[in-house]
Structures are given as C-alpha cells and as structure tokens.
Design a protein around this ligand. Structure first.
Ligand SMILES: Cc1cc2nc3c(=O)[nH]c(=O)nc-3n(C[C@H](O)[C@H](O)[C@H](O)COP(=O)(O)OP(=O)(O)OC[C@H]3O[C@@H](n4cnc5c(N)ncnc54)[C@H](O)[C@@H]3O)c2cc1C
Length: 303
C-alpha cells in the first residue's frame, strides 16, 4: 500500500480544492524519463491530488499505460487513475486487463469507449467486445466491483452525438451503471462548462464533474486539437495566439494567460476541481498554479 491509495471519490468528497493531472504513456524510453521528471516536479510543487494516465488509440500503449500507472503509484505515491478503452479488446481481454490493474494495486479506472481507427468515421466493437463506455462500466462493476470509475463528458457534446440532450442521456447511463465522477473534454470557453453542468444536474447526474483544462501552446495546436475532439476555439483566443505566432515563449504566455482566466473564473464560481492536461510537461501547469496562488485564488499547494 502506498501512503494514500484512496479512491478518487474520497478525494472529491473531501470538499478541498482538487487538482489532478493527466499524463500520456510515453512512446520511448527518453519520453518516459521526461514524464517521470515532470511527475517529480509536479509532485513537489503542485502536489496533485491524483494523476491519470491515458490508454493509447487502439490499445497501442496498453503495456506502457500499466507500467507507468504502477510506477506513478509505487515510486511517486500518487493515487492513479488508469484509463481503459473498449478498442480492440473482447470482454474477456478487458477482464484480464482489469485483473492486472487490480494486481498492480490500482483502484481507479477511467472507462472509455475510445475513438474509431484513423480514417474510419464510426466506432465498431470487436466481436465479443463493448460498443459503448456504459457497457465497459457495467463490465467493471460486475468483474472488479471495488474499482472507483470515472467517465468522459463533453461540454460541447461528443463529436458523433446528434445533439447535447442525447449525449447527456448517454452520460447518465454511464453514471447509472456505476461511474463515480465525470472528467470533461478540454474547453476554452467556460460558458460551455457551466451550461453542461447545469444540463447534467437537470438530467439527474449528481456525481462530481471535473473540468478539463489545457493551457494552449500555440494556434496550430489548438486548431489541430479542436478538429480532433470538437473543442471550439474562441475568436479572442485565436486572435491572441495568432499575434504571438512564431515566438514559442509568447505563444505559451498567451496560452497560460488564457487558462489562468478560465481557472480563476471557474474557482470564483464555485468549482472545486481542476483537471489539467499537461502533455507530460510541467512548465504550463507550474505557471498556472503560481499565478493562481499569487492572486490568492488558490490556497498554497507546496508541501
Ligand atoms: C477525460 C477524457 C479522457 C480520455 N481518455 C482517453 C484515453 O485514455 N484513450 C483514448 O483512446 N481516448 C480517450 N478519450 C477520448 C474518447 O475515447 C473519445 O472521445 C471517444 O470517441 C468516446 O469515448 P466515450 O468513453 O466518451 O464513449 P461513449 O460514452 O460510449 O460515447 C461515445 C458516443 O456514443 C454515444 N453513445 C453512448 N452510449 C450510447 C448508446 N448506448 N447508444 C447509442 N449511442 C451512444 C455518445 O453520445 C457519444 O456520441 C478521452 C476523452 C476524455 C473526455
């Protein structure tokens, strides 16, 4: 057992301000060293309440997701959320992965459907697999009921959903199947988040909803991500990033300024959780937390 080993639901029920950080499994040993260096820096400075580690498209990083989830838990003493998708795995294979996660001492899972393979518009479950994240939540509940489960939510609706109402109805299905919290897709305009939370509550979704923030690194990046995940880019952000284009430091500063404004507004309006997509790097997250602490918006987090 590490020092905490708590289900995420306990963190979220504490009433404290919660900051969580999302990592992606590295593709090389060098990238792995960078991830762990980032983890060390963030652990000392930001003291994340928990971290999550994604699961690669098509299950391509399965072994690395598990390996780094183990390391982050055992050596860095983080409470870890290991992601898992339905892509390419039968239910039997998913049960095996869940068993391995449990044997590694993990107790939190992000249950996702995953994206269709590149070039394909629609997701198709493998024979004997799960077609929707709600089915994966059910499978986890049946086979490893002690896991605390998170699921994905989309403040601008999932790109394949015909409308927000049906997307939220399917989100409710995931929560009713046993999810304890929702983490959102990144967004750059808080109005989407506030409306999303209001609509979720009206639909009877009562679990915590953690807003996903990603400090933009440049215009090209936000436009590319927007195409991939449906996060729209406000005209003002586009203008500021375009004005900084070509100077990486200025672009990063414009991005951090934007995320500081978002985080300040969220926290001032009663939001208690921030989930940071850090791209395995520490600089933007450190700058964000420094600024929020300086302004007195966030209580000091340093140990
Ligand atoms: C916080 C977060 C973390 C993520 N982490 C990863 C990761 O680690 N690895 C990865 O590959 N991807 C990840 N993704 C991306 C995610 O896999 C994609 O967005 C994927 O396209 C949908 O996954 P989902 O779990 O939301 O699917 P679902 O909840 O199954 O929803 C997918 C679509 O199907 C619809 N739908 C849901 N249930 C039904 C139903 N019963 N009948 C008909 N339609 C239905 C929904 O409205 C939606 O349009 C993440 C996304 C987020 C927001």
């Amino acid at each position: 057992m590490n020092s905490k080993d708590l289900p995420i639901s306990s963190h979220l029920a504490s009433g404290r301000e919660i900051i969580s950080v999302e990592f992606s499994p590295p593709r090389s040993d060098d990238a792995g060293r960078q991830l762990l260096e980032t983890a060390k820096i963030l652990k000392e400075r930001i003291v994340p309440d928990f971290v999550s580690i994604t699961y690669g498209a098509g299950g391509s990083t399965r072994a690395r997701t598990e390996e780094y989830a183990r390391i982050l838990r055992r050596d860095y003493e983080f409470d870890v959320v290991a992601h898992l998708t339905c892509v390419g795995s039968t239910r039997e294979e998913l049960r095996t992965i869940l068993r391995e996660y449990r044997q590694a001492g993990l107790r939190n899972i992000m249950a996702l459907r995953g994206d269709p393979p590149k070039g394909e518009a629609n997701f198709r479950a493998v024979e004997g697999g799960c077609a929707h994240a709600s089915e994966l939540v059910e499978l986890i509940r049946e086979s490893e009921p002690e896991f605390c489960i998170g699921v994905a939510g989309y403040p601008e609706k999932h790109p394949q959903a015909p409308d927000m109402a049906s997307d939220i109805a399917f989100l409710k299905k995931k929560v009713d199947a046993g999810a304890a919290f929702v983490t959102t897709q990144l967004f750059y305009d808080n109005r989407f988040h506030f409306d999303f939370v209001k609509n979720c509550r009206a639909a009877g979704i009562t679990v915590p909803i953690l807003p996903g923030l990603m400090p933009p690194l440049g215009l090209e990046q936000v436009l590319r991500f927007g195409k991939m995940n449906g996060s729209s880019v406000p005209a003002e952000l586009e203008k500021r990033l375009a004005a900084a284009a070509g100077d990486a430091a200025l672009e990063r500063k414009a991005g951090i300024d934007w995320t500081v404004d978002q985080a300040r507004d969220l926290l001032k309006n009663g939001v208690r959780h921030l989930h940071l997509y850090v791209m395995n790097k520490s600089e933007s997250a450190l700058a964000l937390v420094d600024r929020l602490e300086e302004e007195g918006i966030l209580a000091t987090r340093r140990r």
